[in-house]
Design a protein around this ligand. Structure first.
Ligand code: RB5
Length: 150
């Protein structure tokens, strides 16, 4: 499975921990869109890169984004057409945002969650399929809002 990952300085250490975890689990092809240190950077640029990687490919690619809270980077990512980024800080939300929202990017805060919980959330996010059914209609409505056709 292909994964696009990114973080600003506030999420850098969490991103590194998640990358290490996914490399240990194996089976993932990970592209890291930065940042590569704790030097201050603006999260919108990273969100834009990961959002494009997830939405502009013919292949299924899921994204992981981290900033200090997970909030700014999720707001920015959700401005990329086709992105459904979910900012989560608990396991249940990380699971159900795949099941019900077909979220394609999981966002987390490096100053909010520890690496242990984050890795559990990443695992369930990456290994849970969208349920479709009545949830497809609701996701289609989100897309209609995005397209101005709602
Ligand atoms: C950076 O200090 C911080 O504002 C950013 O990582 C994020 O938390 C914004 O939502």
């Amino acid at each position: 499975m292909k994964i696009a990952i990114g973080a600003d300085h506030g999420g850098f250490e969490l991103k590194e921990a998640i990358k290490k975890h996914l490399e240990e689990v194996g089976g993932y092809e990970i592209t890291d869109y930065g940042t590569h240190s704790t030097d201050s950077v603006d999260y919108a640029e990273i969100a834009f890169k990961v959002g494009n990687a997830v939405t502009k490919s013919d292949e299924k690619i899921l994204g992981i984004l981290c900033c200090g809270t997970g909030i700014g980077i999720s707001m920015a990512a959700n401005k990329v057409k086709g992105v459904r980024a979910a900012c989560c800080s608990d396991y249940f939300s990380a699971k159900y945002t795949r099941l019900h929202n077909d979220a394609n990017i999981l966002c987390m805060g490096g100053r909010v969650v520890g690496a242990g919980l984050a890795n559990e959330m990443v695992d369930v996010f990456l290994n849970t399929e969208f349920e479709g059914g009545r949830h497809q209609r609701r996701v289609d409505q989100i897309t209609a809002i995005e397209n101005g056709t709602f």
